[in-house]
Design a protein around this ligand. Structure first.
Ligand code: SF4
Length: 231
């Protein structure tokens, strides 16, 4: 870790183990969220957070929140991905860069964040997504800014599998029990008995939201909704 990364991380954690990060960058994917149309006053009320996650375009509208001593750290997202633009029904989990780590620092970022989807169903897309993250990591080393690299099994499944500061990405991907179960289609209920489990797998995020079990039934599936017995 470079000196700059270490200084910025120490400043954020201030000797502790945990920080409160408020993520308000969802408009990047889904348009302005209700209540967030007038960004300035909303973000102003978040001054007590340790860090605020923004998209790059938000910065000029909320810069005053970060222009004083003791302000929250600014965390900026570097890439955009189709997996979060749920309103358009995308299904390839493609990702494109928005800004470089250097441009993020020029905007005032203390930390950068990059999202990555793998096991998209396309080897080419997986490889492109990994290459993009690798570029972001190389860039953040050059400019000395920390990068957030938590790993989730799905974009809307809030179960962190680990942190790449303490476990390598390949170790998480290969050995995490939840990822192994998903890859092996070891589901519960109707999904577990389904002939299409290996091909489909359902939405693990919806299953978790509805049942509390990420390996449970996907309630949006017509087979599950109809109570259709497994073939
Ligand atoms: S979501 Fe439906 S089709 Fe997909 S595995 Fe579950 S039961 Fe089968």
């Amino acid at each position: 870790m470079s000196t700059g990364e270490s200084i910025r991380l120490q400043r954020l954690f201030d000797g502790g183990q945990n920080v409160v990060v408020v993520a308000i960058d969802h408009g990047l994917y889904n348009g302005p969220r209700p209540g967030f149309e007038d960004l300035g006053p909303i973000v102003d009320r978040l001054r007590g957070a340790d860090a605020i996650l923004l998209s790059p375009g938000m910065v000029p509208h909320v810069r005053s929140v970060f222009e004083h001593r003791g302000a929250p750290a600014m965390m900026l997202r570097l890439n955009w991905g189709t997996q979060y633009a749920t309103q358009w029904g995308y299904h390839e989990s493609r990702s494109v860069p928005m800004i470089s780590a250097a441009q993020a620092v020029a905007l005032g970022a203390d930390i950068v964040l990059v999202g990555m989807s793998i096991k998209t169903g396309s080897e080419l897309v997986d490889a492109e997504n990994v290459a993009q993250v690798a570029r972001c990591v190389a860039e953040k080393r050059e400019v000395g800014v920390p990068i957030v690299g938590e790993v989730y099994p799905a974009g809307f499944l809030p179960l962190a599998l680990g942190n790449i500061r303490s476990r390598s990405l390949s170790d998480i991907y290969r050995n995490d029990p939840l990822l192994r179960a998903i890859r092996a289609a070891r589901f519960a209920g109707r999904c577990g008995a389904c002939d299409y489990a290996d091909l489909c797998g359902g939405s693990r995020a919806r299953a978790y939201a509805a049942t509390g079990d990420p390996l449970g039934d996907d309630p949006a599936c017509p087979l599950v909704a109809a109570g259709t017995p497994a073939a």
